[in-house]
Design a protein around this ligand. Structure first.
Ligand code: RP5
Length: 164
């Protein structure tokens, strides 16, 4: 199976990015995690994305806060799909990262999830890898069915608390 590259701009991003790792673990999808920054370690970030396809990666997830150019910088160096997670920080509530991640120039897309949307980023990465993997598709369908059942159980619990 192809790997996911799970890249974050700083170790301070780990508590949020960890949630994406947990989702990938639950699907048995292999990944490599790294701290590379578009601004602090641009050479290493560039080396990672330009070699990713040859190194067996199928998708890159890039998470960063503030002037978050990491996902865009990754997308510039590969034709693999890149998913961006804009991260919230002390100022501007993550709007800075959201706009820097989502507003890519035409021709270099970044599939941007919600601010701090690490879980959805990982699910989207699994969906991309599942395009060529029947077993992974079945796991996704089971995951979705479980989510539906959990939501329905909440409705049943609500009805028990507020009977008609
Ligand atoms: C971004 O700057 C990182 O992705 C992080 O979200 C933010 C702050 O980094 P630290 O100062 O905590 O290392 O590049």
């Amino acid at each position: 199976m192809k790997k996911v590259g799970l890249i974050m701009g700083s170790n301070s991003d780990l508590p949020t990015v960890q949630k994406a790792a947990e989702v990938l673990d639950s699907f048995g999808v292999p990944y490599e995690m790294h701290i590379y920054s578009a601004h602090r370690t641009p050479v290493q970030a560039r080396d990672f994305c330009t070699s990713a396809r040859d190194r067996g990666f199928g998708v890159i997830i890039a998470a960063a806060g503030m002037a978050a150019h990491l996902a865009g910088a990754m997308a510039a160096g590969t034709t693999l799909p890149v998913i961006g997670i804009p991260l919230s920080s002390a100022h501007l509530d993550g709007m800075d990262a959201l706009l820097s991640t989502v507003q890519m120039p035409s021709g270099i897309p970044v599939a941007t999830v919600a601010i701090d949307g690490a879980k959805n980023a990982a699910i989207l990465a699994v969906e991309i890898l599942a395009l060529g993997d029947e077993e992974l598709t079945e796991k996704l369908e089971a995951f979705r069915a479980k989510g539906t059942e959990e939501a329905l159980e909440k409705d049943r619990a609500l009805s028990r608390s507020y009977p008609l």
